[in-house]
Design a binder for this molecule. Structure first.
Ligand code: MN
Length: 301
């Protein structure tokens, strides 16, 4: 969608959404669809030139920087397909179950056209599960291979994990769109959606293949739930130029500790951004938080 259209559809003085920058490296959508077809794999799709460039990551992404995951470059997908979660009938191309496992935006480093042509894309992901820097590197095609083999590799950064840390695929196996498992999607729990891969995107959309996905993202019925053990805070992203426009407020960053305070049924605990309990290091702050009126809260500052 053209950025002008995107902006027109949103009133930036009332919504907290970013405006989107038209400069090189503007926010582009990405999605990873967990696809239980003849073999389970994870389809990574990056928006580029109006289509979703797609790689089938056979073993799924790994957050361990040394682990190279084979990513077979497959055909471009229409952007509409990003919002699809449901089943593709057996016998049709890709027959099986599709889950929206992660989604968000990707930022290329440097010119993505050059990188794509060269077979080396450096980029960062701003998803609900995957974040930080990644590489996609093309390998030489072996004789008889019809599709290009690439490798998906995590860069060493704050979002990376060590080998002995949990595997993100096992830790967060469910849909970011509906919270469902592959099995529940296959059963049509909650809603049943079908995509016919032998029909156009337009026909599928018209037939209701992606209906209801957008609205399910909104928390229409908030309800009280216990605080999770730890909520990872949203972190700042380094940029060379500060964004401009009415949707932004700037403040000076003072050095110090970033601490998350939680008030859970009268009990205060202070956590670092990695989830370490530092309540004992800042007793004064803990005491001050305890006096706040909220009964259960997360205060991130
Ligand atoms: Mn697939």
């Amino acid at each position: 969608m053209d950025l002008q259209v995107y902006r027109k559809k949103r009133k930036f003085d009332v919504t907290p959404e970013p405006r989107g920058r038209a400069a090189k490296g503007k926010g582009n959508r990405f999605v990873i669809q967990k696809h239980a077809a003849s073999r389970l794999h994870y389809d990574l799709r990056l928006e580029h030139d109006g289509v979703m460039k797609s790689w089938a990551v056979t073993r799924g992404p790994s957050l361990v920087p040394g682990e190279k995951r084979l990513a077979v470059h497959v055909e471009d997908h229409p952007i509409e397909y990003n919002s699809f979660e449901g089943t593709i009938p057996q016998g049709e191309y890709g027959g099986g179950t599709v889950m929206i496992w992660d989604r968000g935006s990707w930022q290329p480093e440097g010119d993505p056209h050059k990188g794509y042509k060269k077979g080396h894309l450096d980029f960062s992901l701003e998803g609900e599960k995957l974040r930080g820097r990644w590489h996609l590197v093309r390998m030489n095609r072996r004789h008889g291979e019809s599709k290009e083999p690439w490798l998906l590799i995590k860069s060493g950064d704050e979002e990376a994990r060590k080998e002995d840390e949990p595997d993100i695929l096992e830790e967060q196996p469910l849909s970011v769109a509906s919270g469902r498992s592959i099995f529940e999607i296959a059963q049509g729990k909650g809603r049943k959606r079908v995509w016919h891969s032998n029909r156009s995107a337009k026909e599928n959309v018209k037939a209701g293949a992606i209906r209801g996905v957008a609205s399910s993202n909104r928390k229409s019925q908030p309800h009280a739930a216990p605080l999770p053990d730890f909520m990872p805070p949203s972190l700042a992203t380094l940029r060379t130029v500060a964004p401009t426009g009415q949707g932004w407020v700037h403040e000076i960053k003072f050095d110090g500790y970033r601490i998350q305070a939680r008030l859970d049924h009268g009990k205060v605990r202070l956590f670092t951004r990695k989830g370490l309990d530092w309540t004992g290091k800042f007793p004064n702050i803990a005491a001050a938080v305890k006096k706040l009126p909220a009964r259960n809260a997360l205060i991130d500052g």
